[in-house]
Design a protein around this ligand. Structure first.
Ligand code: SF4
Length: 1024
C-alpha cells in the first residue's frame, strides 16, 4: 500500500494551505498558554470510571518489607492507593480551558495541513535528528493476569515450561546486545501474573522472590552490573514505592495508556476482562512515576475501537501529567495490528492515514519538545516491500515523529513477533531520504540524563556503577548514545580499532563492535554458550535471537552511524554560515605574519600584552611583522551569535565534514603549513589545595586523600634545579602551576618565580593560573594590577589560561562551585593583558554540561570578546575532560569526557569563531594522545603545544600520556601529517638557535625530588 498523504515541508508558507491551518494554530497556541502545571486542588468535575473490582495496591506509604525489600500493602493501604489513583485520574481527565477548541480544530483540519504543522513543530524541537534505541528485548515472564483481546504476548502456563526466565538467561541475552553495541535492556512482562496463576507464585517462591516486581528489580540490577546495559522496565501497573525501587536499577520505566475510553471495557471491547486497562490504575501509575521522579514512556494504541476524539483525550491526559511532574519523556503512537488466534483477529487494522493523523495530532497536542515515536516494524505497508516501507516511514517523519523507538539486532519484538524490526540500513536510508539523520539514543532522554542535579531523575547511589553513573558514561554531549570506545587520555593503541566511536549496520564477522564487550561473532558464541539453561530445567520462555539481523552499533568520528546512510549535503544554514565566515575571514588573513592575531579593537599600535606578543613575533619574523597592517575587516572578523556557534558545535555527518574543511581552509590561509611546538617543562609545585573542583584528581585536600598520590610540596631549590635542567635540555619555557595551598600568599608565588629564574635566567616563566593570581593579590591586599605588575617585574613572562574550565556559571556551579566566577576569570585575564602579560586560553569540556554546545559556544564567545578587546591571548587549547580518576566521574555525575567528534569540533569551531583575534589553535597530545593530536592538524590546528618534560595533572586523572614528547618525535608526527614543524617560544617567537640544538638528543631527566606535605614540610619545601 502506498501512502497517499503528501509530505509537507513548506515552513512560512502563506498560501491557501497555511490559511487552512490558522484555526488549528490559534487553538494550539491558546492551548499551550492555558496548559500550565496542573492544580493539585480539589478533584475535577469529571469522575473516573467506576472500578469493577479492587486489588491490593502498593502505595507510597507502604514500607518495603524488612525481610525481602518487597513493597507490600495492607487492604487499608490498598484502599487508600485506589483513592489516590482515582483522584489522579479525575484530575488528569478533567478538561482544561481550550481542550474542546483544540480537539475540534484537530478533527476539522485536513490531514496534509495537520502534518505540515506537526512537521514544523517537530523541526522546532528536533531539527535534524531522528533517534532510535538499540536494545535487547527481555520478556521476563509471559504470564499475565489480564487477557486483552489483541495480545499474543501473554501465554498461559504450560506443563514443563517455566514461568520466568532465569537470571542467567536474562544476562546472556543482555550480553548479546552489549556485544552489538546496544544500550537498552527492555524488560517487558505480564502484569503481576502471581495474582492469577498459582504456577507463577510458586516459581517466584522457589526462586526466593515475593513478587514479580521483586524479581524484575533483581534481574535489572543483574543486567546493569554484569553488562552495563541500561534497563527500561515495563512492569505494568506500578505504585510509588515500587516505581521508586525500580528507579534504583533502571534508566526509565513505561506503561502505555493505550486508550482511556471506558467503552473498550464493555463486552466485545478490546479491554474487556482487563481491569488493569481501566483509566484510573493506568493514570495512577503514570502519576506515581511522576511523583517519584521516573523518566517515563507512555503512549496510545490506534485502532482498537477508540475514536479520534478519544485518542486526543488520552493525549491530553498525558500532557496534563507531564505538565504536573515533567516526567513524560516520550509518547508512542502505536497502531493496532491484528493477530491470528486472538479475539480481535478479524478487527480491521487502521490504515496508514489513520496512523499519520494520530501522529500529527500527538505532535500538535504535545508540542515541539516532546518525543513522539512510531514503531517502524508495525507501520502499515511496511511488510509490502522495501519501497512501500520506505515511503510509509518517510510519511511518518513528515507527520511529526522524531523517534523510532527500540530496535534490536539480536532479539525479536516479542509483543509483535510476526513483525520483525527493520534492518538499520533500511531505516537509516528512509530517514536520510526525509533529510534527517538517524542516531542511536539511550533509553533515558537527554533532559533527564544531563540534568544538573545527578540524582534528580536517575538514581546516583553507587557512584559510577549506579544507573545514573552508567547512563552518563554512555552518553555524548547531546545526551545521545556515545557509541564509541574512544575517550580522552586513552592510549592510542587501545582505541584505534574502534574509534569508530564503534560499528553500525556492519555485517557480522567484520568486527568493530561499539563497546568494551567482545566483538561480533566471538561475543555471540560466548553469550550463546552462557545462555544455555541450567541442566534439567527447560527454558521455555527464554527468547530466541533473530538470526541474520546482521547489524551492530557504532558511531563514527563524524557523529553518524557507521555504515548507514546519512544526508549527503550540509544543511543550508550551516553551509551559509561557513561561507559567511570564510568570506569575512579572507580579508583578515592577509597582511599579517603567520599566526598573528588582529590588533585589538580601538588600539593601534598595540599595547600591553598585545605589544608583548607583537615583539615576540617580530623577533621571529621581522620582515613580515614590519609591514603587518591588519585591515578593518581583519580587526572585526565575523561576529557570530551564540546560536550560530552552537549550530557549528552540533555538526554531524556532512555538516561536520564541512565545518572541519572550513577550519582547515582558514588555518591554511592564516598559518600556512607551519606547525609549531615549544620545548618546555611543567613544574607543579604542590598538589595541596583548599578548593574542591569536582573534576580534579590532582589536588589533595579535605576528602581527596583516597585519590592517587600523596600530598607534596616541591622545595624551592628543586624548582631551581628543574628549571636549570630544563634549560640545559633545550627548553625555553617552564610552565608552573599548582594547587591553592592554604599557606600560600602572593609572596609565595614571587618566591617560586625567583627560584625558577635563579636556575635559568633566560627561560620564559609561564606561570600561575588566574585563580592563583587572584589568590596572590588577595592575600597581599593588593589590587590585581599592582600584583600583576610585581609578578612581571620579577620576571613572569605570561599566564596559562587555565582555571577557565567552561566560562559559564551554570556549569561552574556544578563543576567547581568555590572557584572564581566567569567574570572574575575574565577580569584577571584582562588585567594581565593590561600589565603586558599575555595569556593562553583553554576550554576543559565534556563532563557535566547540561547544554554542552550552548555552554561551549558561550565560552568561545567570551574568549573572542576578551581577545578582541585586548589582543593579549596567544593561543587557544581545548582540553578534553579525562574522566578515569576524576571525583565527579567516580561519583557517577559526569560523562566519560567528550567524544572524538566533540573534540575535533572544539578545535575546528574555535578556529572559525576566534579568528582573527586568536589565531593559534593547539592540539593537546597529553589529552588526545600523540596520533589523535596530529590528526587534529587537519581540523584547524597549527600548534602541538609543549614537549612537556614532566606532566602530572593529566596523569593524575588517569591519562596514558604526559611524559615528554621529544622534539624528534614531535617533528616526526608533524611531518607524517604532511606539515612543516617549527620550534617556537611561548609567545610564538623564534627560540635561540643554541636551545634548539640542545633540545635534540637531550640527556634523560634526573629523578625529581619533592617532600610529603604536612608536618615539617614547610622547612624542606616551599618556604612559606
Ligand atoms: S583544579 Fe586547581 S583549584 Fe581546583 S581542586 Fe584542582 S588544584 Fe585545586
Amino acid at each position: 500500500m502506498r501512502c497517499s498523504a503528501p509530505p509537507q515541508r513548506a515552513a512560512g508558507c502563506t498560501g491557501p494551505a497555511a490559511r487552512r491551518t490558522q484555526p488549528l494554530l490559534a487553538a494550539a497556541a491558546r492551548h499551550q498558554r492555558t496548559s500550565r502545571p496542573h492544580s493539585r486542588g480539589p478533584a475535577a468535575a469529571l469522575a473516573p470510571p467506576q472500578r469493577r473490582h479492587r486489588r491490593p495496591r502498593v502505595t507510597a506509604a507502604a514500607a518495603p518489607s524488612a525481610a525481602t525489600g518487597a513493597a507490600d500493602a495492607s487492604p487499608a493501604d490498598a484502599g487508600a492507593a485506589d483513592a489516590v489513583a482515582d483522584a489522579d485520574a479525575a484530575r488528569l481527565l478533567a478538561p482544561a480551558p481550550g481542550d474542546a477548541a483544540l480537539i475540534d480544530s484537530l478533527l476539522a483540519t485536513p490531514l496534509p495541513d495537520l502534518m505540515r504543522e506537526a512537521a514544523r513543530l517537530r523541526d522546532e524541537g528536533h531539527p535534524r535528528v531522528v533517534t532510535f534505541s538499540p536494545k535487547v528485548f527481555i520478556p521476563l515472564t509471559r504470564l499475565c493476569r489480564d487477557a486483552c483481546g489483541y495480545c499474543t504476548f501473554a501465554l498461559p502456563p504450560a506443563p514443563g515450561r517455566r514461568a520466568f526466565m532465569t537470571l542467567g538467561e536474562v544476562v546472556a541475552v543482555a550480553r548479546l546486545g552489549a556485544a552489538q553495541g546496544c544500550a537498552e535492556a527492555l524488560f517487558t512482562l505480564g502484569d503481576k501474573p502471581e495474582d492469577r496463576w498459582p504456577e507463577a507464585a510458586a516459581e517466584l517462591r522457589s526462586m526466593g522472590y515475593p513478587s514479580t516486581l521483586d524479581y524484575v528489580a533483581a534481574a535489572a540490577a543483574e543486567v546493569l552490573r554484569e553488562t552495563g546495559l541500561l534497563p527500561h522496565v515495563n512492569a505494568g501497573i506500578v505504585g510509588e514505592a515500587d516505581a521508586a525501587r525500580l528507579r534504583e536499577v533502571s534508566a526509565s520505566q513505561g506503561l502505555m495508556l493505550e486508550s482511556l475510553s471506558p467503552r473498550l471495557a464493555a463486552p466485545g471491547g478490546a479491554h474487556h476482562g482487563c481491569p488493569d486497562k481501566e483509566a484510573a490504575p493506568r493514570l495512577g501509575a503514570l502519576a506515581a512515576a511522576g511523583r517519584v521522579g521516573v523518566p517515563f514512556t507512555t503512549g496510545i494504541l490506534v485502532g482498537i475501537g477508540e475514536t479520534r476524539r478519544e485518542r486526543v483525550e488520552a493525549l491530553l491526559a498525558i500532557k496534563r501529567a507531564h505538565a504536573e511532574w515533567g516526567h513524560v519523556q516520550e509518547v508512542i503512537v502505536q497502531n493496532f495490528r491484528a493477530k491470528p488466534g486472538t479475539a480481535m483477529a478479524a478487527h480491521p487494522e487502521p490504515p496508514l492515514e489513520e496512523l499519520l493523523w494520530s501522529v500529527a495530532a500527538a505532535r500538535v497536542v504535545l508540542g515541539a519538545g516532546m518525543s513522539v515515536q512510531a514503531p517502524p516494524n508495525l507501520t502499515p505497508a511496511a511488510e509490502a516491500g522495501e519501497e512501500e516501507a520506505g515511503e510509509a516511514w518517510r510519511a511518518l517523519i513528515d507527520a511529526g515523529i522524531n523517534d523510532w523507538g527500540g530496535i534490536s539486532p539480536v532479539t525479536r519484538d516479542f509483543v509483535n513477533p510476526e513483525r520483525p524490526w527493520p534492518h538499520l540500513e533500511r531505516l537509516a536510508a528512509a530517514t536520510a531520504a526525509a533529510g534527517k539523520l538517524l542516531l542511536p539514543r539511550l533509553p533515558v532522554y537527554p533532559r533527564y540524563l544531563l540534568h544538573p542535579e545527578p540524582g534528580r531523575w536517575l538514581a546516583a547511589g553507587g557512584g559510577a556503577s549506579s544507573i545514573g553513573g552508567r547512563a552518563r558514561a554512555a552518553a555524548d554531549g547531546d545526551g545521545l548514545l556515545r557509541g564509541s570506545r574512544w575517550f580522552a587520555g586513552a592510549a592510542d593503541a587501545e582505541t584505534k580499532a574502534g574509534d569508530g566511536d564503534g560499528a553500525a549496520a556492519r555485517p557480522r564477522g567484520e568486527g568493530g563492535s561499539g563497546g568494551a564487550a567482545p566483538s561480533g561473532a566471538a561475543a555471540l558464541s560466548g553469550a550463546a554458550a552462557s545462555a544455555a539453561p541450567p541442566a534439567g530445567r527447560p527454558a521455555s520462555p527464554a527468547p530466541r535471537t533473530r538470526p541474520g539481523a546482521g547489524w551492530s552499533i557504532a558511531v563514527g568520528p563524524s557523529g553518524t552511524l557507521e555504515g548507514a546512510a546519512a544526508p549527503a549535503e550540509p544543511q543550508p544554514e550551516v553551509a551559509a554560515l561557513l561561507e559567511r565566515i570564510l568570506s569575512g575571514a579572507s580579508a583578515g588573513a592577509s597582511g599579517r605574519e603567520p599566526g598573528a592575531p588582529a590588533a585589538p579593537r580601538g588600539r593601534a599600535p598595540p599595547r600591553g600584552a598585545a605589544a608583548t606578543l607583537a615583539a615576540a613575533r617580530a623577533a621571529a619574523a621581522p620582515a613580515e611583522a614590519a609591514h603587518a597592517t591588519p585591515s578593518e575587516a581583519a580587526r572585526a572578523g565575523v561576529e557570530l551569535s551564540e546560536a550560530e556557534v552552537a549550530l557549528l558545535l552540533r555538526a554531524r555527518g556532512a555538516d561536520f565534514d564541512a565545518v572541519v574543511a572550513a577550519a582547515d581552509e582558514l588555518r591554511a590561509r592564516v598559518c600556512g603549513d607551519e606547525v609549531t611546538y615549544v620545548v618546555n617543562r611543567n613544574i607543579n609545585y604542590t598538589n595541596v589545595c583548599t578548593y574542591s573542583c569536582s573534576f580534579c584528581a590532582f589536588s589533595k585536600g579535605k576528602g581527596s586523600e583516597d585519590l592517587r598520590g600523596t600530598p607534596y610540596l616541591v622545595p624551592l631549590e628543586e624548582i631551581t634545579r628543574r628549571a636549570a635542567e630544563a634549560w640545559d635540555r633545550g627548553a625555553t619555557e617552564v610552565c608552573m602551576q599548582g594547587g591553592i595551598h592554604p599557606d600560600f600568599t602572593g609572596d609565595t608565588y614571587l618566591r617560586l618565580l625567583d627560584a625558577a629564574k635563579a636556575g635559568a635566567p633566560g627561560i620564559h616563566v609561564h606561570a600561575f593560573s588566574p585563580l592563583e593570581v587572584l589568590q596572590g593579590a588577595r592575600t597581599l591586599g593588593l589590587g590585581l594590577d599592582a600584583y600583576l605588575a610585581r609578578l612581571r617585574s620579577a620576571g613572569l613572562g605570561s599566564l596559562p589560561g587555565t582555571a577557565a574550565e567552561v566560562l559559564d556559571d551554570a556549569v561552574r556551579a556544578t563543576l567547581c562551585p568555590d572557584k572564581l566566577t566567569t567574570a572574575e576569570w575574565l577580569s584577571v585575564a584582562r588585567a594581565a593583558h593590561g600589565a603586558g602579560l599575555p595569556t593562553t586560553s583553554t576550554l576543559m569540556f565534556g563532563h557535566v554540561e547540561e547544554d554542552a554546545p550552548g555552554a561551549w559556544a558561550r565560552h568561545l564567545l567570551a574568549l573572542r570578546a576578551l581577545a578582541a578587546g585586548t589582543g593579549g591571548v596567544s593561543e587557544f587549547v581545548p582540553l578534553p575532560f579525562v574522566h578515569m580518576q576524576a571525583p565527579v566521574f567516580l561519583r557517577g555525575g559526569a560523562r566519560r569526557g567528550p567524544t572524538l567528534r566533540e573534540c575535533v569540533l572544539a578545535h575546528a569551531v574555535a578556529r572559525l569563531v576566534l579568528h582573527p583575534h586568536i589565531t593559534n589553535i593547539q592540539a593537546s597530545w597529553v589529552k588526545m594522545g600523540p596520533e589523535r593530536a596530529a590528526a587534529l592538524l587537519a581540523a584547524g590546528c597549527n600548534d602541538m603545544g609543549g614537549s612537556l618534560m614532566s606532566e602530572s595533572i593529566t596523569k593524575a586523572a588517569g591519562a596514558a600520556h604526559g611524559q615528554e614528547l621529544t622534539p624528534g618525535r614531535m617533528e616526526a608526527l608533524i611531518r607524517a601529517a604532511g606539515r612543516a614543524p617549527r620550534q617556537r617560544t611561548t609567545l610564538y617567537g623564534a627560540p635561540p638557535p643554541g636551545q634548539v640544538a640542545r633540545s635534540f638528543g637531550a640527556a634523560p631527566l634526573a629523578p625529581a625530588a619533592a617532600v610529603r606535605a604536612g608536618a615539617g614540610a614547610a622547612a624542606g619545601g616551599v618556604r612559606l
